[in-house]
Ligand binder design. Structure first.
Ligand SMILES: [Zn+2]
Length: 95
């Protein structure tokens, strides 16, 4: 037979569990909303920014904003270091 103290403790424990359940449901709803915002932002970012990569060495050259959305989101160019190497090669060929 549960004692009055034991019954009180069980009620208190039950109350805390209900509070925790409410908190966790609210938190899950917040996270779901933020996840949707994140996906929306990611889709925009992916369509409107082009990742620039050096064609010679593969160096990350940052991102370029695109006015119109693009399906391809990687483009290649020459990083400053590779451009200098290229200039030296061209100069040697001229001599
Ligand atoms: Zn490079």
């Amino acid at each position: 037979m549960p004692t009055p103290t034991h019954t009180r403790e069980l009620r208190e424990q039950s109350r805390r569990l209900r509070q925790d359940a409410v908190f966790l449901r609210e938190r899950a709803a917040e996270l779901k909303a933020r996840q949707a915002e994140f996906h929306e932002l990611f889709d925009y970012w992916r369509a409107h920014y082009m990742w620039m990569v050096c064609a010679w060495c593969g160096a990350n050259m940052g991102y370029k904003h695109m006015e119109r959305p693009q399906k391809l989101n990687v483009s290649h160019g020459l990083c400053p270091r590779c451009l200098e190497k290229c200039k030296v090669i061209i100069e040697k060929r001229r001599v």
